[in-house]
Design a protein around this ligand. Structure first.
Ligand SMILES: [Zn+2]
Length: 113
């Protein structure tokens, strides 16, 4: 996983060097920033918590499947519909509490609006 993120980052950096229009404000620059932010978050989390790459991949797949398709993409539906961390029912994330069991929820995503 880390290797693939790093490879993607390096590849996108090389592509940016080859493409005059790919500045820090363009789409390529945004992708580079997201990859860099993901790598930094992963290194912080992996260093502070006992989290394996397998758990990260499992969570990525769980989020990917929330819209019913394992396609490597995230949608608003996937972000806005979560499985309750307590009872496991699928619920709208914008809810303050789980409809089924009342567990307090985290709120809206920082990444997908
Ligand atoms: Zn619940």
């Amino acid at each position: 996983m880390l290797d693939s993120i790093w490879s993607l980052f390096q590849q996108s950096s090389m592509n940016a060097d080859d493409t005059a229009s790919a500045g820090s404000g363009g789409l390529q620059g945004q992708v580079d920033t997201l990859i860099l932010a993901n790598q930094a978050m992963w290194e912080i989390l992996a260093g502070r918590l006992d989290v394996s790459e397998g758990e990260l991949v499992k969570k990525m797949n769980e989020i990917d499947l929330r819209d019913g398709k394992l396609d490597g993409k995230i949608t608003k539906q996937a972000v806005n519909a979560i499985n309750c961390p307590d009872c496991g029912h699928k619920i709208a994330k914008k809810r303050a509490n789980c409809y089924w069991c009342g567990t307090k929820l985290q709120g809206e995503s920082l990444f997908v609006k």
